[in-house]
Structures are given as structure tokens and as C-alpha cells.
Design a binder for this molecule. Structure first.
Ligand code: NOJ
Ligand code: CA
Length: 700
């Protein structure tokens, strides 16, 4: 009676042996199973500590011109290996990063397509999974066009999601926190207006997507090393809770032009039962290539101020004159009437340089220095800026001389007006101009619809453009901070002159109606997973009307919360975004911004829950100094600050910048209290944090 069962079991085992492969993470907490379905459809599953994270999910790509890579596969080879290596980033949250994973490489052959084969490479780390499609060079595979990638992430239930509407052109949305099943109902309200936006589905969302399951798993889905490929969004099947890749199309609807040998970006699933582990994960950086640059000595983290917030608030303007003058055909700006509100004038920029020099800042960003601003916003004009011609009141040479004499750099600004062709036409000249005039960093921007029309900010062509500007900049030893560009995917490891990106709703929105009080408790779990953000914190004058009476917006945090952001929003590029006149009134609190580091030896996530609170401690690079930031959402709380990372047996002085007793983001945002206490590695500090509040601590 037992025999047939045994035979059946053996047979099953053999079939599984051929068709299924399993690996586990180095610490054995995660297991990945690859399996071919009946009709040769590749699938994978992911488990964490015996719990399912990703149920059986299909893999594959649909092509336009050659047979698709979807089914009819057989496994022709599987290879397993282990990798364990540590590397030191040029700048970062840690001095040294460990890259430790077990790998499964599956070669899949389509017999019916002249034995054409692809590979799927899985890397299983202690903190999650990365996998990608590889298309080796071979006789029967050369060019192909992607119609759609069909990578699934089948979730186990109706998780809580921190999501942005899927969009090919912008990420400047508020995060919605809801169950997956509620996305469809909440989509319409979530799609707030933007100068360029293209949504694609009532259940489409962006990555990094942060999820929390009912049984307490934190799951983050994103991509790593997005190169020569379209950016991925996710489309949700909200009956079955299956997410599927949805690539950004080009102007004619194609999603990728490929030529073997090539590969897709990595698809990443970071998972833990502790939220703090998500923030500590280095998986996305580890999946990127080591730096391509031989000399990185010219790449340096930057703390800066800028001629910027005054324009964002409407106090002053980028434009030198009014549009009417330009419409009258006056092209010589020295003959037009100035509007009297142009901020980027030589005298005013010198004031910022003085302020930067006096307070130890590296640089001053100056926007609105070059001709063209009157005549582009919201229009689709091919040639607006040439990136080298200043307005008549901005003296490039004199400012170069003045800044250099004070030991301060000016940060260049290239607003491309979305006209990517025009920018590429001018790029070499623009970078040369920078070098000649002492600039070593540029903030670039892509406001508005992309030109050529029909292309999207996150399509393959644009993805290639952004990387081109970064590598080209490296030829000139220039660092890049790109706004409105595609969301980062860890490429700063390979190209560390990419020191900043926006690609989310930054502080500027506090002057455009406001960000939710929980905004910055979510961003580190979403947008920042791929790389640093130029969030531009440090607004002390939280009432925007103080600068522009017509603007009734206010900042949805307390002043102390703004200080904490220098620690909780990791970036090697940090701005003190408010106006010098305001900082001069709060020099005691400003001291924290002056002191705080922008490069780190160690990072310790002390407390974290997406949407609620984050507390992080970091050790400054090569210094015996620690900085701690703690923020909360609209709900007050008591933060628990521990100091066990301090060297044992030593006493340090901690300066605590806390919310005042009566502080709150909406009623009393500017109330703060500063005190000094002694701390050791054994100290545990309990500190009240106000609604929308925060706290910053420096330890020396
Ligand atoms: C949008 C950027 O995010 C902002 O910082 C910049 O000032 C404007 N574009 C103008 O280029
Ligand atoms: Ca909350």
C-alpha cells in the first residue's frame, strides 16, 4: 500500500528538483524559491522567518518585435554562490558597508525560440531580495523592444501601504496611507495638480512602495541600478493583492529599446519585522556597481545656503523683468525695465556669501541668475535658457572673485525648462563656463513637460539623459543635484558626484499649501530608500506670510522638527533653506545647523515607525561628535533616546534643542528650548515631542 505513495513522492521530488531551486539568506531568515510552472513560466516566492512575504509570483517580459520572454522556458542551468565583501562609500551614512548575499543564477532556455536563453539572477541578503533579468549575447538574440515587463509581487493580504499615485512625470504628491484595497477609492483625491503629470491606472503606485502587513512585516519594494531602462511603477490587482511592474513608455508607447548583452535593473524587496531595519538597509547600494571613477578626491559633501526660499515664498523673483518686456521683443535685458524684485543681483548674493562665510557654510546656491526666466513657465518652448548668459545685475566674474576670497563656492543652477534637447545642446559649454568661473556643483531641474513632447521624466530616454549629465559632469569634476529627475536607485555608489536629487515633495511645498505633518516620517521609508534627497530643511519662519503677505501657507512642523531633519533626512548635501535675516534672529537654534555633520561614520536607527516617528543617531565622519534627530507626526509623543553607541566610560556634553512646552506645528511652531546635559553610554533620555514636533541633539 505504501509503495506507490513513495514512488509518487520520489517522482515529485525529482520534478521539483529540476523545476525548483531554493536559497536562503546568510542568516537563514529569508528563503527564496524559484520554480517553473507547467507551461514553463518562471515564478519566485519569498519567505521571512517562516512567514510568506511574496507568494508565487510570475516573472517575464513581453516584447514587441520578437517572441516574448514569458513562457516555454526550461531550466538549463542553475548556479549558486556566496559573496561577502565590505566597501567604503565616498560619502554616506556608514564608513563601511557590508555586501553579503547568497546568489542563485538560473539560465532559462526557450526551446521553441531557437534555444534562445535568458538568465535571472537572485541575490538574497539578510535584509531582502534583489533580482534582475539578464539577456546574454547569443546568436538568436540581438535587438528587442519591450512592450511591458510582467514582474509580479504577489502579497499575502490587504497590507497597509504608504503610496503615491503612479505617474510618469512627477513624484511631488503627498503620500497616502491606506490599505491596498482602498487605493482605488482614494486615487482621485491623491492626484493633486502638477505642471507635468501623467497617471496611468486607478491602482497604479510608485516605488519605493512601503508596506506593512497585518502580522507585522515591513516590506519595501523598489529597484536598484536603473540604467538604460524605463523607471518601474507598480500596478495593483486589488482583488488578489498582486502588484505588477508597469514601465514608463516613450512618446510612441514603447517601454524599452534593448540590445543583448544587457540586463534589467534589479527589482528589490526589503523585508523585516522591525521598521528600523528598513531604514538601515544598504541592499540598494549593494546592488549597484562600485564607483567608476578613479579619482574621487573632488567629491565632497556640502552644507549650503541659497538665494532660493525668498523666490519660492514669492518675496522675490527669479526673473529680472516682466514678461511684457520680452513680449515687446526686447531681447537686450539691459534695456528692459527691472521688476525690482530680482533676488540674484550681485549685491544681494554677496550678502549670502558673507552669511555663508561667517557661519561656516561651504556654498551658496543662486537661482535666477541667468536670462530667460520671464518666458518659460508652463509653456512648451524648445529654447529658453543657454545656461551661460547672466542677467545684467549679476556679475559672474566679480562674484567668483568675492566668493573665492571668502572661501565659499557658488552653486550653479541649470533650470532646463524640461527642454532636454536644448540642455544637451548646451551642456558642454555650460559645464566649461562653470569650471572657468569657479563652480564645482550644479543644481539642475526639469520643471514642466519634457521636450521633445510626449517623452516622460521617467522614460528610458530621460533615464539615459540624467546619467549622461552626471558622467559628463564628472569629466569636469562637477557634482550634480538634479531636481524633477527620476527617483534614485542607488546609482550614487557608482557615480558619487550625484550628491542629491529631489524626486519627491520637498520643503518648497510648505510654501505651496503645505506638507502633511507626517510627511518626513514617511519619506525615509519611501523616497530616501534609493538615495539622498535635497529636501532643503531649516525653515525657522514657519509663517510664509512673513515674507510674502499674500502667501498664507505655513510650515507643518515646529522649528525643532526642522533641526531634526538634518539627521533624519540623510543627505551629503544639506541646505539651510531659510533667509539669513531669520537665522540672525535665532542664532542659538541656528547653532545646531552650523554644527551638524553632512558625512557619517555610523548610523543608529533608535526608533522608527513609518507615518508616525523616527529617531536616528549618527556619528560624524572622523570626529568624536554625534548628532541625534527625532521627529513625530501630528501626534505628540515621548522620544526615548539611548546613547549606547558612545564610547564606554566617557562623559560628553549634549546640547538638546527641544520643542518648547507649549509648542505645536499649527499653534506655536517657533517655541523651542535649548539645554545642556551630561551624557554617557548608559544615559536614557525621555523627551516630550510636540505635535508636528521634533528634537535635535549634538553630543561633543
Ligand atoms: C523646482 C525645484 O524643485 C526648485 O527648487 C527650483 O527652485 C525651481 N524648480 C526652479 O527651477
Ligand atoms: Ca501617523
Amino acid at each position: 500500500m505504501r509503495k506507490p505513495l513513495l514512488v509518487a513522492a520520489l517522482m515529485l521530488h525529482t520534478i521539483l528538483f529540476v523545476k525548483a531551486q531554493e536559497i536562503s539568506s546568510p542568516d537563514k531568515n529569508l528563503t527564496l524559491k524559484f520554480e517553473l510552472q507547467e507551461n514553463g513560466v518562471p515564478t519566485y516566492q519569498l519567505n521571512y522567518k517562516q512567514k510568506q512575504v511574496i507568494k508565487t509570483s510570475k516573472l517575464g517580459l513581453e516584447t514587441k518585435d520578437v517572441p516574448s520572454f514569458l513562457d516555454g522556458f526550461s531550466i538549463s542551468k542553475t548556479e549558486q554562490s556566496t559573496f561577502d565583501e565590505s566597501w567604503d562609500p565616498v560619502w554616506g551614512e556608514e564608513k563601511t558597508i557590508r555586501n553579503h548575499y547568497n546568489e542563485l543564477l538560473v539560465t532559462l532556455t526557450q526551446k521553441a525560440v531557437q534555444d534562445r536563453y535568458i538568465r535571472i539572477r537572485f541575490r538574497l541578503f539578510n535584509d531582502g531580495l534583489g533580482f534582475r533579468y539578464e539577456f546574454p549575447s547569443q546568436k538568436n538574440l540581438n535587438y528587442f523592444i519591450i512592450k511591458e515587463e510582467h514582474t509580479q509581487f504577489a502579497l499575502t493580504g490587504d497590507h497597509k501601504a504608504f503610496w503615491l499615485p503612479g505617474d510618469f512625470d512627477t513624484q511631488e504628491y503627498e503620500t497616502v496611507t491606506s490599505n491596498l484595497s482602498e487605493i482605488r477609492g482614494k486615487m482621485k483625491a491623491a492626484v493633486t495638480p502638477n505642471v507635468s503629470q501623467t497617471t496611468f491606472s486607478p491602482t497604479g503606485v510608485q516605488t519605493p512602495l512601503m508596506l506593512k502587513s497585518k502580522d507585522g512585516l515591513y516590506i519595501n519594494i523598489h529597484e536598484a541600478a536603473l540604467v538604460d531602462y524605463s523607471c518601474m511603477s507598480l500596478n495593483l490587482d486589488d482583488k488578489n493583492f498582486v502588484l505588477e511592474s508597469f514601465l514608463t513608455p516613450d512618446a510612441i508607447g514603447d517601454k524599452g529599446y534593448m540590445q543583448a548583452p544587457t540586463q534589467s535593473p534589479w527589482r528589490t524587496v526589503i523585508v523585516s519585522d522591525k521598521a528600523a531595519d528598513i531604514l538601515a538597509s544598504k541592499l540598494i547600494l549593494n546592488l549597484n556597481e562600485p564607483t567608476k571613477y578613479k579619482d574621487v578626491s573632488w567629491i565632497k559633501p556640502i552644507k549650503y545656503v541659497g538665494v532660493w526660499w525668498e523666490m519660492i515664498t514669492g518675496k522675490s523673483t527669479w526673473a529680472y523683468t516682466d514678461l511684457e518686456n520680452v513680449q515687446l521683443g526686447i531681447t537686450d535685458y539691459s534695456k528692459t525695465k527691472p521688476n525690482g524684485k530680482h533676488a540674484a543681483n550681485t549685491q544681494h548674493v554677496k550678502e549670502y556669501i558673507d552669511f555663508a562665510a561667517k557661519n561656516g557654510f561651504d556654498a551658496v546656491l543662486v537661482e535666477g541668475w541667468n536670462q530667460g526666466w520671464e518666458d518659460w513657465f508652463g509653456k512648451t518652448k524648445d529654447y529658453v535658457f543657454d545656461f551661460v548668459t547672466p542677467y545684467p545685475d549679476f556679475d559672474v566674474k566679480e562674484l567668483h572673485r568675492y566668493a573665492a576670497s571668502k572661501g565659499v563656492k557658488i552653486i550653479m543652477h541649470h533650470e532646463t525648462s524640461g527642454s532636454v534637447r536644448n540642455y544637451e545642446r548646451h551642456l558642454d559649454t555650460a559645464y566649461k563656463f562653470m569650471v572657468e568661473n569657479g563652480y564645482n556643483a550644479v543644481k539642475s531641474g526639469y520643471v514642466g513637460q519634457i521636450i521633445p513632447r510626449g517623452e516622460h521624466h521617467y522614460g528610458q530616454w530621460l533615464v539615459n539623459h540624467y546619467l549622461y549629465t552626471i558622467t559628463k559632469a564628472a569629466d569636469y569634476k562637477i557634482m550634480v543635484n538634479a531636481h524633477e529627475a527620476v527617483r534614485p536607485t542607488g546609482l550614487c555608489r557608482t557615480y558619487p558626484n550625484l550628491i542629491g536629487n529631489e524626486a519627491a515633495r520637498g520643503t518648497e511645498y510648505e510654501a505651496f499649501g503645505g506638507n502633511n505633518p507626517d510627511h518626513t516620517t514617511i519619506l525615509p521609508f519611501t523616497r530616501l530608500m534609493g538615495g539622498p534627497m535635497d529636501y532643503t530643511p531649516g525653515i525657522f519662519q514657519t509663517q510664509v506670510s512673513a515674507y510674502n503677505p499674500e502667501n498664507k501657507s505655513f510650515v507643518h512642523t515646529t522649528l525643532a522638527h526642522q533641526l531634526a531633519l538634518y539627521v533624519t533626512m540623510y543627505s551629503p548635501l544639506q541646505m539651510a533653506a531659510d533667509l539669513p535675516e531669520t537665522y540672525n534672529k535665532h542664532m542659538d537654534a541656528f547653532q545646531f545647523i552650523k554644527d551638524v555633520a553632512v558625512d557619517w561614520d555610523e548610523t543608529h536607527i533608535l526608533e522608527a515607525e513609518p507615518g508616525d516617528y523616527i529617531t536616528i543617531a549618527r556619528k560624524a565622519k572622523n570626529k568624536e561628535e554625534w548628532y541625534i534627530g527625532s521627529i513625530t507626526d501630528e501626534n505628540p509623543r515621548v522620544a526615548n533616546i539611548t546613547f549606547e553607541y558612545l564610547p564606554k566610560g566617557k562623559t560628553y556634553e549634549a546640547t538638546i534643542y527641544a520643542d518648547g512646552k507649549d509648542a505645536s506645528y499649527d499653534k506655536n511652531p517657533q517655541s523651542y528650548a535649548i539645554r545642556k546635559v551630561k551624557v554617557t553610554s548608559k544615559t536614557v533620555l525621555k523627551q516630550q515631542v510636540a505635535p508636528g514636533g521634533g528634537m535635535a541633539i549634538s553630543v561633543k
